[in-house]
Design a protein around this ligand. Sequence first.
Ligand code: RB5
Length: 170
Amino acid sequence: MKIALGADHAGFEYKNRIADLLRKQGHEIIDYGTNDATPVDYPIYGYAVGEAVASGRAQRGIVVCGSSLGIAMAANKVPGVRCAPVFEPLMTELARRHNDANVLALSERLTGWEMTERLVDVFFSTPFEGGRHAHRVEMLFEFGDAARERTLKSIETGQVTGAQTPKEFL
Ligand code: RB5
């Protein structure tokens, strides 16, 4: 599988270790950096990995920063990206099974290396369940003007319900 990797200065060591790990497993790595501790802006690397996945240059992505949060927020700005910041295995499994996460965000400052290896393993070994989750995942990319108008109306009237969702999907 082609996997895009990116990190800021607070995540580049894990990013490099993850690259080694995945190469040993036979994956092809596209490494967008950064590669040393010089402070850099995490959105640049989140966008790069996000665009690589959204455009099909890579099938999956992994991003790493100090907390996992900033770089995940950046990756999720790219339409087509479903980036999950994760800290433990079940969360990672659910990010795949229910949300079809295509980018994983990891924290070098808050997560130990052994746990990180487990999270990477779960990310690649867990399939998307599809079924009732499929249309919810599709809905994540339908937030255009119409959905915004509908949502604003629903919060104004206090009617935030699943009324627009076909029953079989609830
Ligand atoms: C860098 O100090 C840190 O803010 C960054 O790596 C990340 O944790 C942001 O969300």
